[in-house]
Design a protein around this ligand. Structure first.
Ligand SMILES: NC(=O)c1ccc[n+]([C@@H]2O[C@H](COP(=O)([O-])OP(=O)(O)OC[C@H]3O[C@@H](n4cnc5c(N)ncnc54)[C@H](OP(=O)(O)O)[C@@H]3O)[C@@H](O)[C@H]2O)c1
Length: 320
């Protein structure tokens, strides 16, 4: 396994991470635990969860805690804070109050004494970044968290976080978790140039577009009954999705020419992008996990990446 540093942090992480957003909802607890064990046995070492995941909120963290309790020393454990956890005015966001309350709740649910990567699930426009970063730094010094990062921050917000840490003598954020895949290349405009320049790890979520890049959704057909998009009333015969299917069918032909699945091809493309640390996959079954792992054996050529750019154009760097 090609373990790599998480941005400029010293910790080594696997080139794929296991996501847990559907633990306890679409993925029953026993299947979820089997997925964690299979991923760790295959050499993945990061499990990504969040306080808000599952129903009731927090159940995904509880499942992860049970899955890793006898193998904690093999796991880099990542979770998140920001989203609404209750009805009160302070039950959400990146305030000192809410983070301090939630970090202890996450530690309890995860049944562990430290979180290895604590991520701000979203930027919070109501809270000064100084307040948030000082709180994370306090938790880091207490050893309750080892590293901290962000998710869905804009380029300017990442820059603000970096200069604030620098100005106040705090440890910097080590990673950003954006959406990034062959169905959404928008972070190439501002976020990726910044993360590359400043050595921030990039851990894309929904690297298969939630399922678009698996080939299970077909032009003119309804979503398969057991799929994530089933029952959403998406009209795959209509004009709305025609450009998506044009691109998917082009990518699928390229994957077939390589003898790999579309999902492996799409993950291999992400792994080939400079500055990407590790896509976070969200397999629902062991078979899907095995398929996703196969991407680690696929390396795309420059010619293939150029041909992909013709099918799914890169986002223009801003300002254009
Ligand atoms: N920071 C954030 O705001 C944020 C947001 C979203 C996700 N995340 C993180 O990223 C993780 C992954 O996100 P994601 O689940 O959207 O990732 P994804 O890899 O884009 O989509 C995974 C889904 O695609 C389908 N799939 C995967 N492999 C397949 C295969 N070989 N054949 C057929 N179908 C396959 C499955 O859906 P079916 O159920 O249809 O089979 C699976 O649940 C989450 O668990 C979470 O940890 C973070």
């Amino acid at each position: 396994m090609d373990y790599r540093n998480l941005g400029r942090a010293g910790v080594k992480v696997s080139p794929l991470w296991l996501g847990t957003a559907y633990f306890g909802t679409r993925i029953p607890e026993d299947s979820a635990i089997a997925l964690v064990h299979a991923a760790l046995d295959a050499g993945l070492n990061v499990v990504d969860t969040a306080n808000v995941y599952s129903q009731p909120k927090g159940y995904s963290e509880e499942i992860v805690g049970r899955a890793i309790h006898d193998r904690r020393d093999r796991v880099v454990l990542a979770t998140k804070v920001y989203n609404t956890m209750g009805d009160g005015p302070n039950d959400r966001g990146n305030s000192r109050y809410h983070i301090m309350e939630q970090v202890h709740a996450s530690l309890r649910r995860l049944n562990t004494d430290r979180i290895d990567l604590y991520q701000l699930h979203r930027p919070d426009p109501d809270v000064p970044i100084e307040e948030t970063l000082c709180t994370l730094e306090d938790l880091r010094r207490q050893g309750k968290i080892l590293y901290f990062g962000t998710s869905k921050f804009a380029g300017w917000q990442l820059c603000e976080a970096l200069w604030t840490s620098d100005r106040l003598g705090l440890a910097p954020i080590v990673s950003e978790q954006p959406e990034y895949s062959l169905v959404d290349r928008s972070i190439e405009a501002e976020v990726l140039p910044l993360t590359r320049k400043y050595g921030i790890g990039v851990v894309p979520f929904s690297p298969l577009g939630g399922g678009w890049l698996t080939g299970k959704y077909r032009r003119g057909e309804t979503a398969p009954a057991d799929s994530r998009f089933a029952g959403r009333g998406m009209d795959f015969a209509g004009d709305v999705y025609a450009p998506t299917f044009d691109a998917l069918e082009g990518l699928e032909a390229m994957a077939a020419a390589r003898g790999v699945t579309l999902s492996q091809f799409a993950l291999a493309w992400l792994l080939a992008q400079p500055g990407v640390t590790a896509p976070i996959v969200g397999p629902r079954t062991l078979a899907q996990l095995q398929d996703n792992l196969g991407a680690l054996d696929v390396s795309l050529t420059e010619e293939e990446c150029a041909a992909i750019d013709e099918i799914v154009p890169p986002a223009a760097e801003l300002p254009g």
